[in-house]
Design a protein around this ligand. Sequence first.
Ligand SMILES: Nc1nc2[nH]c(O)nc2c(=O)[nH]1
Length: 450
Amino acid sequence: MSLVIENVHLAPVAGPEIPSGWLLVEGDRIAALGEGPAPGAPGAERLDGSGCLATPGLVNTHHHLYQWASQGLAQDATLFEWLVALYRVWAAMDAEIVRGAAGAGLGWLALSGCTTSSDHHYLFPKGRGDLFAAGVEAAREVGLRFHPARGSMDRGESRGGLPPDEVVEDLEDILAATAEAVDAYHDPSPSSMLRVAVAPCSPFSVSGELMSESAALARDKGVRLHTHLAETADEEEHCLAQLGLRPVDYLEKLGWLGPDVWLAHAVHLSDADIARLALTGTGAAHCPSSNGRLGAGIARVSEMLRRGVNVGLGVDGAASSELTPLAGEMRQALLFQRARYGPAALTARQALELATLGGARNLGRGDELGTLEAGKLADIALWRVDGPYAAAVADPVCALVFGPALPLARLLVGGRTVVADGELRTTPQDALGRAGAEARRRLLRLAGEV
Ligand SMILES: Nc1nc2[nH]c(O)nc2c(=O)[nH]1
């Protein structure tokens, strides 16, 4: 299959922008791109990109898809208050709920320009079906590239942790189930649609032993590591009081810093912490809407970038960011940095790079995803910039980042159309929405909330 997208403004992220150019897609890869009129390409489908901006597909590097089913709860809570309120709701979750929530969440991500998403699922109530498989099935249905992280918690209240004991698992069960998930689903091959990561949840819900064993397992299997870190001042206090170390020191002691690790949030970092992340190649997933919603603080993104830390974006679970579109996180990131450091803190193009190449690098896919270049995977977002708002902004990248969500003319994942003219084409969009709403009703009913 070949496709030529012509007459389009190209923002390749790597290399200069091309105000009027073309892209040739062959199979699942970008074969070539250039300026001016497109080449002949006999037999290729032709797509007129007039009035459109082409960017790499966006990469979401932190999410909890199951949380679609628990939006709008604990609205004015801190992270710890919010978690304490929600753990017992999530304890009622089953595979049917995860399937509905993940389908709706991934559909929503696709409609906001996302071509690859991670998912951090860390709560596995016993006897409720295969929750990990439910997320994988949903990603296959929607057609996104998927990086699910097998999460875990083993430190309940009785061991000084935050979650109630009923929602944590045993260390041995966690390690066995995590190894099983990697063996069953991880595909390390080029063009992979599915790669699994290992992701114990957070310092206040996981034992040091599970952190170390998880790192050993991930490195043995050649997969990446992910966890929440330095999200709130409460977490830092907890770490100092219970573990005797600040969060980044704790991770370092456990052998957790390295180029195969990306950390969700990374808000409360000292200068020395930032230097260590840079030195070790540890990445960060910036989730500005969630950090704002929970009053967690503003991550030092522009300083991290200046000092060489890789940063990607994440929408975080919908329970702490209520349906944030991934494209909107570029705007949110830009505004947060400027509010904290002034208007030169982050440019529109840097924000686009966070959402694309920064995300791809967090997931270990910087060689295949995140830029429009010959040889890379054809994960491409084509945004309409000729509508009433965007047409009033001469610079299409500025319109995309500074402005309201733009309509998607096309979203390609490995050359396959997932969205066309603002509608999902892989699966009925309305049915996904209904299943997401039913997942919420079912969860709240099973949790005794209604
Ligand atoms: N924003 C979030 N932070 C978290 N920390 C933790 O342990 N769980 C979560 C979560 O679900 N969201």
